[in-house]
Design a protein around this ligand. Structure first.
Ligand code: GLA
Ligand code: ZN
Length: 673
């Protein structure tokens, strides 16, 4: 089942500018609600996400509903020209529900039921919780499904894969395992249970609380993620049935919440995510921008389609160790970065800052100061008017020729593994380092999972630390390379199969012939060591991990110095029509930048502009719009004299030099209007 096959209608063809609107927090303040309508028009906000945490207001006791206030909210917003994204309220359950049906609360591995508290913590298997969600969601779909303001269902909020060990979840897990393995002996083989005498003789013996059985842990994570997708389907069923023309989504987060988003994305109509970068946190906004670009491209790549940035903060958040306000320009820059990478929206948490509760110090479009005369408000309004002018970008796609594989399940397997070096595995950071080399060059780069993706659309595929290499992925890489693709793998790739069992006979397992080498062992590099390798006539640092390889046809492009003297550090091998490169160690960013620059030149992959991009500047292309974004805290001059450019918005010619103020951007095009 894919998003498109299930798809309801489509979204409007303009860029959305909006916010979470927690209307119910202001019901006793009609003046505030009235002034919101005026302020929304002033910011160019055209969509509001409502009802996200409204369950206790909508259903104050089982079967006791009050929709009047939400009716008013719909009508006010509609008359004011705004569209509505309606949430289902399952992200936070009402206390009566937990008290009446304690099974809706999660249970710890020691069998203790969590008390009712917080949010995002319901049992995803509980029959009672599912029933309660279906009931309230049915009411919402019946009442608002045909309202002309409604454009999208926002199912629940920020689902996560937090495990629940209640009897219903454990029973469902055992059934999931039976479906997967059919016989207990197949499971024993997959989980290697002869180690430490862990053999199982019945499904009933299995309990997911033993970190020493990696196959068990990985399957438990897979199950917890699948169960969440199943829950999403259960609570979406009335929406799909009653309002087949309204698209359905849920808001994803960063990919570290225990959900396999590559898989989950196949079940939504449009991918959405909540983006909270740490701007100005370390003094290095370029790194924050690269990481944010990586996460946007990951969201784009889940379905290879535009996504929505469902949340972002118009100012600071209140849950990071140190949350900084955005410096002048950063709000529009950060918002446009999302659009440049494929977002069809800029949305905020939240419209109006809460007076109480745990997020009362989280910035919002309208702060406690309460007026339009604030720095945040003005910057939001400025972003709003820019989004309006960029309407033609909505729905446009990108066509990257390069892709970095960042696979969420591989991250789980690496987290579980006890490696010779455990202190800084840094899987995501490693993927970001490779991605960063493309970002710095202005070469569009997707961030894809190992599954659900057709590799043949790319020219270059990079596999950093793809420790868990499914046989099916190995086969895809083989075909991709033999048909002329360029594949780059970096250390610790192809170590285990899908069941977390090690490949025998040298790694990368199943692909040693494609890379023309076999890794015999992996050494760790301690902090005091200064391991370097030579390549391009220069020395480059290696750290943390270094694979010792035996060449089987591949050529060493770089070699380690003492004490790894003579071992290949970087290799290349012509495999059929394609080329396979192997980078044996973690290395410095400057090396990766040089390596990928040479690689792109050699294999005809081009940046979106032909000129030198200064450090801290990002150039991204979407349709005919080229976004040139300065993430530096200083002004920057860029020489663009090789080609003629025009302002994307005004059409006037851009001179041979672009000067960008700190945190400023310009959108240009090479197509004359
Ligand atoms: C998340 C949630 C919101 C809010 C914001 C605060 O993204 O979805 O409800 O808590 O964080 O940053
Ligand atoms: Zn449970």
């Amino acid at each position: 089942m894919t998003g498109s096959s299930e798809s309801g209608g489509s979204l409007p063809r303009f860029l959305l500018h909006g916010a979470d609107y927690n209307y119910e927090q202001w019901l006793d303040f009609p003046d505030v609600l009235d002034s919101d309508l005026v302020l929304m028009r002033e910011t160019g906000v055209n969509v509001l996400a409502v009802g996200i945490f409204s369950w206790s207001r909508l259903e104050s006791n089982e079967g006791v509903y009050s929709f009047d206030w939400l009716d008013n909210c719909f009508d006010h917003l509609y008359k004011n020209g705004q569209k509505i994204i309606l949430a289902t309220p399952s992200g936070s359950k009402p206390v009566w529900l937990s008290q009446k049906y304690p099974e809706v609360c999660q249970m710890t591995a020691s069998g203790v039921r969590h008390p009712h508290s917080g949010r995002h913590n319901h049992c995803r298997t509980s029959v009672k919780y599912r029933e309660a969600c279906v009931k309230i969601n049915t009411k919402l779909a019946q009442r608002y499904g045909t309202h002309p303001a409604l454009i999208l269902w926002h199912v629940s909020n920020e689902y996560n894969g937090m495990p629940c060990f209640c009897p219903q979840c454990i029973a469902a897990f055992r059934t999931w395992l039976e479906n997967r393995y059919k016989t207990i002996d197949t499971l024993n083989a997959a989980w290697y249970t002869d180690f430490w005498s862990h053999r199982f003789t019945s499904w009933q013996q299995i309990f997911p609380a033993d970190p020493s059985i990696h196959g068990l842990m990985l399957d438990w994570q897979r199950f917890s993620s699948d169960q969440c997708i199943d829950f999403f389907h259960a609570e979406s069923e009335p929406l799909r049935r009653i309002t087949p023309d309204v698209p359905v989504t849920t808001n994803f987060q960063k990919p570290d919440v225990g959900l396999d988003y590559h898989k989950f994305a196949q079940h939504v109509d449009i991918v959405c995510w909540d983006n909270y970068p740490e701007w100005h946190r370390t003094g290095d906004d370029e790194s924050a921008a690269i990481k944010t670009g990586f996460l946007h491209d990951l969201c784009y790549s889940y379905l290879g389609k535009p996504f929505l940035m469902m949340e972002s903060s118009p100012g600071a958040v209140n849950w990071q160790g140190v949350s900084k306000k955005k410096r002048k320009g950063m709000h529009t820059l950060s918002s446009m970065q999302a659009v440049a990478h494929g977002s069809d929206s800029v949305q905020y948490f939240q419209w109006r800052q809460s007076r109480g509760g745990i997020e009362k110090f989280h910035d919002a479009v309208v702060t406690h100061f309460g007026t339009n005369d604030t720095r945040i408000f003005r910057e939001v309004a400025e972003t709003g008017s820019l989004l309006k002018k960029l309407a033609s970008i909505a729905g446009t796609v990108k066509n990257a020729q390069a892709a970095v594989v960042y696979d969420i399940q591989n991250g789980w397997a690496l987290d579980n593994a006890q490696l010779p070096l455990n202190i800084e595995k840094n899987y995501q950071e490693e993927c970001i380092a490779h991605y960063g080399a493309f970002w710095k060059m202005g070469v569009p780069c997707d961030v894809i999972g190992a599954q659900y993706i057709d590799y043949s659309r790319y020219r270059i595929i990079v596999l950093p630390m793809l420790y868990m290499l499914r046989e099916e992925t190995a086969e895809k890489i083989r075909r991709f390379t033999e048909q002329g693709g360029v594949v780059v793998a970096a250390f610790l790739t192809g170590i285990v199969n899908e069941s977390d069992l090690c490949y025998l006979g040298g790694t990368p397992g199943k692909l040693t012939d494609v890379f023309g080498l076999a890794v015999e062992e992996t050494e760790t590099i301690a902090e005091y060591e200064n391991l370097v390798f030579k390549m391009y006539g220069q020395s480059w640092k290696a750290f943390h991990y270094s694979d010792r390889v035996r060449l089987g046809g591949a050529q060493a492009l770089g070699k380690f110095e003492k004490p790894e003297d003579g071992f290949p550090a970087v290799t290349s091998y012509k495999y059929k029509e394609g080329t396979a490169y192997y980078i044996c160690a973690r290395t410095e960013q400057n090396f990766l930048s040089k390596f990928y620059k040479e690689l792109c030149i050699k294999h005809d992959v081009f940046p979106c502009v032909p000129w030198e991009i200064p450090a801290g500047v990002s150039v991204q292309k979407r349709a005919d719009a080229i976004f040139v974004m300065n993430f530096n805290s200083h002004e920057i001059d860029i020489s663009v004299n090789e080609k003629k450019y025009y302002s994307f918005l005004g059409g006037e010619a851009v001179g041979s030099k672009i000067t960008l103020a700190p945190y400023d951007l310009i959108i240009i095009t090479d197509k004359k209007a």
